[in-house]
Design a protein around this ligand. Structure first.
Ligand code: DIG
Ligand code: MN
Ligand code: MN
Length: 386
């Protein structure tokens, strides 16, 4: 019951299961796991895929010989386990070189180094068959706007993505690029802070068809936004290329909790949306176990992400099959078709007729909606009492 199947496409990043538990106020608490050990755990919990930043797999100071051995070992554990690599990304945030940003650093050498590092990381991801490439600009931001022009930053970010789109074409990698927004942390303010701002930015790119978004639950919640609305807008724009599932208390630092650990209702609507529209991408858990967890509890964390998704998927199916809920929805969305002659595709005849139409505004205001009844039914569905 609630066991993952490959077709569920559950994935985790090496950096999630492998997180040794350090935080800004404390050192590591768990043994560091090798990529192979992480993949073995992912296979144990039923994951389909594993993702990585370049340096999750190959340390930034690895020698060419060390690099080759790491890649050989990783390929073997993937072959043995059947785990695939759907997504890759670049760590453009840990090294001191990126202390003032990567693509948006004021230092042109750092901006060029960020592109250099990303091209080499794209090569690495392609070597493992990754087809989605994520860009999380964790250091692309400021603490003081005195020192950096927001316009220059946007221009430099655009130049970098345009350049890397050309590299993607030149190499024939066929990556779909996915920008991952976040409002702040580790920078005081991060550029492209929300899904909406990323979608607006994508429209300004040379190859906007190649670029979509990788929304993360915690990041939109940090801004106090409704995550399901954000992914609905991305989906509507044909830009939901990937998704980072986790959880978060509204208005807190980036907590990256186990999926559905905090806001069960929001998690339900996220799962219901993805399943209702037939989202076919990775269900990627960019989440971390509590610092207080030991290795066994980290495994329980990973299983919990998967089980919670599958439980909520079953609840979504029950919602869609619940006659009382569906009856209320039919009542709420009732349409006698009388307005269709006036709206939809514009015509001056329609507009003239609509302007002359005699609406009974007071009558329109009399109609209420049974949202209390409906929401209580959803609550009772989620509580398992219907
Ligand atoms: C943080 O939410 C970011 C990084 O972990 C990574 O670059 C990206 C991929 O999911 N999410
Ligand atoms: Mn996060
Ligand atoms: Mn993320």
């Amino acid at each position: 019951m609630y066991n993952a199947k490959p077709e569920d496409k559950f994935t985790f990043g090496l950096w999630t299961i492998g997180n040794p538990g350090a935080d800004p106020f404390g050192t590591t608490v768990r043994e560091r796991l090798t990529p192979s050990q992480i993949v073995e755990i992912l296979a144990e919990v039923g994951a389909w895929g594993v993702n990585f930043h370049d340096n999750d797999l190959v340390p930034i100071d690895a020698t060419p010989v060390e690099r080759d051995q790491i890649i050989t070992d990783f390929k073997k554990v993937l072959a043995d386990s059947g785990i695939v690599v759907p997504m890759a990304t670049t760590n453009l945030f840990s090294d001191p070189a990126f202390r003032d940003g990567a693509f948006t650093s004021n230092d042109p050498k750092v901006r060029a180094y960020a592109i250099h590092k990303t091209m080499r990381a794209m090569d690495l991801g392609a070597e493992f068959g990754a087809k989605v490439y994520v860009f999380w600009g964790g250091r692309e931001g400021t603490e003081t706007d005195a020192g950096k022009s927001a316009l220059d930053a946007g221009k430099w970010f655009r130049e970098a993505i345009n350049y890397l789109c050309e590299y993607n074409i030149d190499q024939g990698y066929d990556y779909k690029f996915a920008l991952e927004p976040k409002p702040n942390e580790p920078r005081g303010d991060i550029y492209l802070p929300t899904v909406g701002s990323a979608l607006g930015f994508i429209a300004t790119l040379d190859h906007s068809d190649m670029v979509g978004v990788n929304p993360e639950v915690a990041h939109e919640h940090m801004s106090g936004l409704n995550f399901m609305h954000a992914i609905a807008q991305a989906w509507d724009a044909g830009k939901l290329f990937h998704i980072d599932l986790n959880d978060q208390k509204i208005g807190r630092y980036d907590q990256d909790f186990r999926f559905a650990a905090e806001s069960i209702k929001q998690a339900f609507y996220i799962v219901k949306f993805l399943e209702d529209v037939g989202y076919d991408g990775s269900r990627h858990f960019d989440a971390h176990a509590y610092r207080s967890s030991d290795l066994e509890d980290v495994k329980a964390f990973a299983s919990g992400c998967i089980r919670s998704y599958l439980i909520l998927k079953e609840k979504a199916e029950k919602f869609n099959a619940d006659s009382e809920i569906q009856g209320l929805l039919a009542e709420i969305t009732t349409d006698d078709g009388s307005m269709s002659q006036y709206v939809g595709q514009y015509s001056s005849e329609k507009a003239a007729a609509l302007k002359d139409y005699g609406f009974d505004r007071v009558e329109l205001g009399r109609r209420g909606q049974p949202y209390e009844r409906l929401d209580q039914l959803v609550f009772e569905l989620l509580m398992g009492v219907r």
